[in-house]
Design a protein around this ligand. Structure first.
Ligand code: K1U
Ligand code: ZN
Length: 175
């Protein structure tokens, strides 16, 4: 398994990839499972609680996630070709972060509960209800599949400030 580089919004070429719409996965085969294993290693190393394939430069519809708390056994989860079947009218606000927008956190309001369908690591179709942090994280990651970042849910002023800060931080880290 390989820890891959995570694309970030301060890099123009990375941003172009992050804004792409990811393609459906034709079949969950060993090559796809190798990519998802790399994504999981990359997410654990970051560290983060979720990661979409596009964030490692592979614009395909795959997501990994682990919402286990510190000290709990790992609970890796894999979502291929996820689709939302139902969204609650009730909304929930959560302070989100994103490994592609380092060190920026802000409140985003999304449906509190969703029902989704996806293919798991074995390529089997699953239907599942999500609420709480699971609902927040799967919607954030599914936004990545559409080329949408959590900062796109913020005002233009906040979004521009966020990108400027990520660029400034990247420049001072490089110096
Ligand atoms: O970049 C990403 O998509 C991953 C992102 C997922 C996410 C976080 C919060 C709300 C919605 C989606 C992250 O994992 S950011 C890092 C993070 O949240 C975290 C890192 C270490 C420990 C606990 C959380
Ligand atoms: Zn993200």
């Amino acid at each position: 398994m390989t820890v891959r580089r995570i694309l970030t919004v301060d890099n123009k070429a990375d941003l172009k990839v992050l804004k792409q719409i990811s393609s459906p996965v034709a079949v969950v085969d060993d090559g796809m499972r190798m990519l998802m294993d790399d994504m999981l290693e990359t997410m654990y190393a970051a560290p983060g609680i979720g990661l979409a394939a596009v964030q490692v430069g592979e614009p395909v519809r795959a997501i990994v996630m682990d919402l286990a708390r510190d000290g709990e056994p790992k609970q890796p989860r894999f979502f291929v070709n996820p689709e939302i079947l139902w969204r609650s009218d009730e909304l929930f606000s959560y302070e989100e972060g994103c490994l592609s927008v380092p060190e920026i956190y802000d409140e985003v309001e999304r449906p509190a509960r969703v029902k989704l369908t996806y293919l798991n690591y074995a390529g089997e179709r699953v239907e599942e209800d999500a609420e709480g942090l699971f609902a927040v994280c799967i919607q954030h990651e599914m936004d990545h599949l559409e080329g949408v970042l959590f900062i796109d849910h913020l005002s233009r002023l906040k979004r521009e400030r966020a990108i400027k800060k990520v660029i400034k931080d990247a420049q001072s880290n490089a110096a």
